[in-house]
Design a protein around this ligand. Structure first.
Ligand code: DX5
Ligand code: ZN
Length: 353
């Protein structure tokens, strides 16, 4: 995965449709972060493209995440087929019949995929309001949907991209704003400066003779520059997948704290790393959170963290008083070759009160 923050979803709309397997492999080889697949029904938009069978075929050719962008009038009718085809995310349009929207979003989320709503240039973002809790993705269209190669609508981007984040505030980590239409090296820095996560890039990548890999890298780098200088006080953006240690605790306490943090939508990875040895010979666990959510985690859980650290200290003292303090060095060689989970080898767990 690329460093930095911005990601490029390569739209295959303008690839050679008679040789899609080649196009998909090429996009992957050239460094695409995702594939963006534009499904059109000739009704919602005046153009026809491909359906779930095509996506199912593509699924077998690449391990890249597949973002489906449904420009169809009846997303609910076909959503199961697109799920079955192996889409990682499905985004359809908020302009379709209102009664379809919630059930389709729910079906996508139930299947464990990311659910998104797209807005045409003339549709206000407020149309998303009733569905905000169900959204993982907001896709802002900066051209009229239907065709690649149209001119970027700068005003639409300026009006909507930053504001779109508001509709994802219930998901502090992992939710995404996508921009779709007219993205290239001329527009990437601008949309990056409006905090967009995923840049959909289509026609410019498929121009004969174009160095696709270089174009992808340029778009990503320019978007990150835009973010750095317009939104991040000149500081380079945090790489999307960077994790930082929030605290270190004995296993039992670490697990309890992990569940509390995750209940608020912040994912936590427990890792046995460089934590101190406890009197029972088991090292503290690191609790890692996404760097992008570090500030939020501190705001929400710093006081709790102090309480947990106190509790850990009390437990260590109590354990040492009862069993005597076991020298870490004498334990290390004996335990170093144990299984990955060495916590349940007879040592009593920390008290849970
Ligand atoms: C247009 C599609 C886009 C299209 C973008 O309706 O949703 O994904 O592929 O193409 P470019 O990058 O050429 O605007
Ligand atoms: Zn699209």
């Amino acid at each position: 995965m690329a460093g930095g923050r911005a990601r490029v979803a390569v739209s295959i709309l303008d690839a050679d449709h008679s040789n899609m397997a080649y196009g998909v492999r090429r996009a992957e080889r050239e460094g695409a972060d995702r594939l963006h697949i534009d499904v059109m029904d000739g009704h919602f938009v005046p153009n026809l493209t491909f359906g779930p069978r095509m996506i199912k075929g593509i699924r077998k050719r690449t391990e890249l995440p597949l973002d489906a962008h449904l420009m169809i009038s009846d997303p609910l009718k076909y959503v199961d087929e697109f799920l079955d085809a192996g889409c990682d995310s499905i985004t359809f349009h908020v302009e379709v019949d209102a009664e379809q929207i919630e059930p389709a979003l729910v079906a996508i989320r139930k299947a464990g995929r990311a659910a998104g709503l797209a807005v045409k240039p003339k549709t206000p973002l407020t149309a998303l309001e009733p569905y905000r809790k169900l959204l993982d993705i907001v896709l802002v269209m900066t051209v009229e949907p239907g065709f690649g190669g149209q001119d970027f609508m700068r005003d639409v981007a300026a009006e909507k991209l930053l504001a779109a984040r508001e509709y994802l505030s219930h998901r502090p980590v992992g939710a995404e704003v996508h921009v779709d239409g007219g993205i290239n090296r001329e527009t990437a820095e601008f949309v990056g400066g409006l905090g967009v996560d995923i840049l959909v890039v289509g026609s410019v990548l498929w121009i004969p003779g174009r160095n696709m890999g270089r174009e992808i890298r340029l778009v990503r780098a320019l978007a990150d520059e835009g973010y750095q200088y317009r939104l991040n006080h000149g500081d380079p953006p945090i790489p999307r997948d960077k994790m930082v240690t929030f605290t270190q605790l004995p296993k039992e306490l670490a697990w309890r704290f992990l569940r509390e943090i995750e209940a608020g939508g912040i994912p936590v990875i427990p890792l046995r790393g460089s934590g101190r040895f406890n009197p029972d010979g088991v090292r503290d666990y690191d609790l890692l959170v996404p760097a992008s959510a570090e500030q939020l985690t501190i705001e929400r859980h710093a006081a709790e963290r102090d309480r947990y650290l106190d509790e850990a200290e009390r437990w260590r003292e109590a354990y040492a008083a009862e069993h005597g303090w076991a020298e870490p060095d004498s334990l290390r060689p004996a335990r170093a070759t144990g299984s990955a989970d060495r916590s349940s080898d007879g040592a009593p767990p920390p008290p849970s009160h």
